[in-house]
Design a protein around this ligand. Structure first.
Ligand code: HEC
Ligand code: HEC
Length: 390
């Protein structure tokens, strides 16, 4: 008891000594002066035990030739604040996080999301936090691991920076003028500090705002699911039984490899197909990629979404038409609709009719059980991705 009191007294003393000597606060390599940290701390909770935004990949991803994005902590910290700030919408009502909630793997639970004016978005919010995002760190080049990687359901944005600029100005989502936004942020002392740390200037410009957002989104990478644990213990081979899976989960993994992986990827890291028509409709009201390219063969094609954290991101598809994973599996089992653009992998042998998998109930349950192993608890609870506002 006595030693403990003495010790804490000593700790207190040395703490006050340090703050006398030091005129700045080190939050793990981002060095703030006392005044700067005080300005930040009036509104933000950027704790001293902040972990770095560095992304490290498990061996099975490295074996695929993937390299992690190089994240600047100062930019990602700024991006995190911007991501959660409602000042980014015209009437201060929504932030990025309103439609991309951490506990839902950065998607939301609605078919369509509510924008700044209460109007609904035209499509279902996309989950963030997939390795697919890497591409955008490779500025200029439009390929990642030899593949194109674009954003939105119709892939109309070529980087997250471009996506962010479109979203900020979208008249349903955030309705913001980018110059007004910079003006608004410049009036906040804490933003001037954060921009100085990230960019060495507090002259706030649209490209810096969107780049910081991109840096934060790029840092959100899912690497620790039961799938990663399983594939790591079988030398990265998704075709082998995973020792940490139940029998049903392994059955589901097998069915997935057989029927789904040609588009979604067997390794949950690289999707072999970027866009496809998966037979949701015979006639498409929302033309997807076709609406952007004006090519007949693109009508009804949409981004092949990553399935990490899929259990958290209901409802499903670009229009959120399926409420549950059971409904999704039933779609692939018996509900695929024919159209001239229906992907050949979802047709019968001679291509004349949609594929019917005729799965048993046990097989359907197994597929759902497998999809439920893709949840990354660490990602959806990590402090570094959470709301920093007090
Ligand atoms: C009002 C809801 C809403 C807000 C606010 C919002 N988003 Fe989104 N986000 C969506 C929807 C809906 C989509 C899919 C839109 C589409 O594909 O047409 C989407 C798509 C995205 C994508 C593409 C993901 C992919 O895999 O292609 C990214 C990245 C993203 N949002 C990031 C952000 C960022 C950063 C912000 C803040 C600047 C933001 N979003 C604000 C609803 C929202
Ligand atoms: C031909 C390529 C292709 C195949 C094969 C395929 N999918 Fe898909 N999948 C897609 C596309 C494209 C979408 C998005 C379609 C849309 O929203 O319009 C999608 C969407 C999904 C979604 C919803 C994702 C979300 O975020 O809303 C799930 C879940 C899914 N697929 C699971 C499966 C399963 C399970 C199988 C195998 C039984 C499978 N897919 C086979 C292309 C494919």
């Amino acid at each position: 008891m006595k030693t403990r009191t003495l010790l804490s007294l000593f700790a207190l003393l040395s703490l006050s000594l340090v703050s006398c000597v030091k005129d700045n606060v080190d939050v793990r390599n981002i060095v703030y002066t006392d005044d700067e940290y005080a300005a930040i701390s009036t509104v933000l909770n950027l704790p001293n035990d902040r972990v770095s935004f560095e992304v490290s990949l498990p061996q099975h991803m490295k074996n695929l030739g993937m390299t992690p994005p190089a994240i600047s902590d100062a930019k990602a910290t700024l991006g995190r604040v911007l991501f959660y700030d409602k000042q980014l919408s015209r009437n201060l009502s929504v932030s990025c996080a309103s439609c991309h909630q951490q506990d839902l793997a950065f998607a939301d639970s609605k078919r369509f999301s509510e924008g700044f004016n209460g109007e609904l978005t035209l499509r279902n919010s996309l989950a963030l936090g997939s390795v697919a995002n890497f591409k955008s760190s490779y500025e200029g080049g439009s390929t990642f691991n030899g593949q194109q990687q674009f954003f939105f359901w119709d892939e109309r944005a070529h980087s997250i920076q471009e996506q962010s600029a479109l979203t900020l100005q979208d008249n349903i989502e955030m309705g913001m003028d980018l110059n007004d936004l910079c003006q608004r942020l410049s009036e906040e002392e804490y933003y001037r500090v954060l921009f100085r740390k990230a960019y060495g200037t507090d002259v706030i410009q649209p490209a810096l705002v969107t780049e910081a957002l991109q840096e934060f989104v790029n840092a959100i990478v899912s690497t620790s699911t039961r799938f990663d644990e399983g594939i790591s213990s079988v030398n990265g081979d998704p075709f082998r039984n995973f020792p940490n899976y139940t029998q049903a989960e392994n059955m589901g993994r097998n069915l997935f490899v057989q029927h789904c992986s040609s588009c979604h990827g067997a390794n949950m890291s690289i999707s072999p197909e970027k866009v496809a028509n998966n037979g949701l409709d015979e006639v498409y009201g929302d033309e997807g990629v076709g609406g952007i390219t004006n090519q007949l063969e693109d009508i009804g094609k949409f981004k092949v979404p990553f399935l990490r954290n899929i259990a958290l991101t209901a409802p499903y598809m670009h229009d959120g038409r399926f409420a549950t994973l059971e409904e999704v599996v039933e779609h692939y089992n018996s509900g695929i609709k024919m159209s001239s653009n229906l992907d050949f992998r979802l047709r019968n042998g001679d291509g004349s009719a949609p594929l019917r998998l005729n799965l048993t109930q046990q097989e359907k349950d197994a597929l759902v059980a497998f999809l439920n192993t893709l949840t990354d608890e660490a990602l959806v609870t990590a402090n570094r991705f959470s709301d920093p506002f007090k």
